[in-house]
Write a protein that binds this ligand. Structure first.
Ligand SMILES: [Zn+2]
Length: 400
């Protein structure tokens, strides 16, 4: 006996190979003990379930997986957004204490429960759009106490959504270490990372001319490895700094951004099976011109994930659905690639491919129900939300 079954549904299973979207029209999907227990054509459903749901012709996809966010922080920078549109330069704003330093100050000053409540409020939008897994990075503390405070706040969101936490101490140089990046990296490796390790599922760094060098990033990764944590990397966003190669050599789960990644970088990612996480929100808000090398990434068969990169500076994007639309309109992904990016490959970017990201028996029963005529509609419409239900680990948590 299954716990529940959804009938009268179209399924976009997102299984790789086979029909586009792994689609199965007029399907049935059953769950038991939090996992998917049966998927197939309704005509072949012979079992019994304690609860029968009528999906009323809705499409069911895997719950969305947003694999790159900076969802925990205090303050916002709407004032800077406004100042820039009135003609002030980013450099002037930064000189006056704005930019990332403003977020670091506000986040250091906030209590853990403030941070949790702020993130919980933001999360409402993700839940409304069918998201069941979200990754949350630290990186606005840049000291041990605040980085661990951010990670604890992020884990507390786990009662509403499945959370993966990532330690991003090497996000930016804190003002008190100005001109001393090597000393800061030593602090990250010797003190911050060991303290954060029990609260983190992965370690990330920002490898860029305005952040940390390949050599400094490699030190952080070596320490992460010693602590048994997988790594991810903000790579090649503003210049080709060899970030993709470093990520691949380090066996990273993902390399994220990649606007300036070379053919050789794409080749390295493909050989290693490292996921490329594309972040159209940052590209849009920063009004960037350099597109990620989609042709090379496809040629080298790099799995493509999409994420919101939600953060208060470069990507105040609070909509996974809009991220998919932007991935299509700005980066020219196909709708199927974009949806795979927020399901199958998003899960892979978090090392969760065995349990999440597709509708297959044995995987977590994370489902999103949509009132649409075809899966492409999720990418096609900008600014609407056709979600009519969310199920997490077999439990309906949202219904329209
Ligand atoms: Zn980011």
């Amino acid at each position: 006996m299954h716990d529940a079954v959804w009938l009268n549904a179209n399924l976009a299973t997102m299984r790789d190979g086979g029909a586009p979207y792994g689609a199965l029209r007029d399907g049935a999907i059953a769950v038991k003990d939090g996992c998917i227990s049966w998927v197939g054509a309704r005509s072949e459903w012979r079992d019994k379930a304690a609860v029968e749901h009528d999906a009323r012709g809705a499409w069911i996809t895997p719950g969305l997986v947003d694999c790159h966010t900076h969802l925990v922080y205090a303050g916002n920078r709407a004032d800077e957004f406004e100042q820039r549109l009135k003609g002030k330069s980013y450099a002037d704003i930064a000189r006056e204490g704005g930019g990332i330093n403003a977020t670091v100050r506000a986040t250091r000053a906030a209590s853990e429960s403030d941070l949790e409540q702020l993130a919980r409020h933001r999360l409402t939008q993700w839940l409304a759009e069918g998201t069941t897994v979200v990754e949350v990075k630290s990186g606005y503390g840049l000291d041990t106490a605040t980085e661990t405070k951010m990670l604890r706040a992020a884990r507390k969101l786990g009662d509403r959504i499945t959370v993966k936490t990532t330690f991003l101490g090497a996000h930016a140089l804190p003002p008190e270490f100005a001109g001393r990046p090597d000393e800061y990296i030593a602090l990250v490796c010797d003190e911050m990372l060991p303290a954060a390790a029990p609260l983190a599922d992965a370690v990330d760094a920002f490898c860029e001319t305005i952040a940390f060098s390949v050599k400094q990033t490699a030190k952080v990764f070596a320490k992460a490895r010693a602590l048994g944590l997988p790594v991810k990397l903000h790579a090649d966003q503003l210049s080709d700094s060899g970030g993709a190669q470093l990520a691949a050599q380090s066996g990273a789960l993902s390399a994220d951004h990649l606007e300036y990644t070379s053919e050789a970088g794409a080749d390295a990612l493909g050989r290693q099976g490292t996921v490329a996480v594309l972040l159209p929100g940052a590209f849009y808000f920063l009004r960037e011109k350099q597109l990620p090398p989609l042709g090379a990434l496809r040629r080298h068969r790099v799995p493509l994930a999409i994420a919101t990169d939600h953060n208060p500076g470069s990507s105040p994007l609070a909509s996974p659905l809009l991220a998919m639309n932007m991935a299509c309109t700005l980066f020219r992904l196909t709708p199927e690639e974009a949806l795979a990016g927020l399901t199958r490959n998003g899960a892979r970017a978090l090392g969760m491919q065995a349990t999440h990201g597709t509708l297959e028996a044995g995987k977590s029963a994370d489902l999103a129900l949509w009132e649409i005529d075809s899966p492409a509609e999720l990418c096609y419409v900008a600014g609407a939300n056709p979600n009519v239900g969310v199920v997490r680990a077999g439990e309906p948590i949202r219904s329209a």
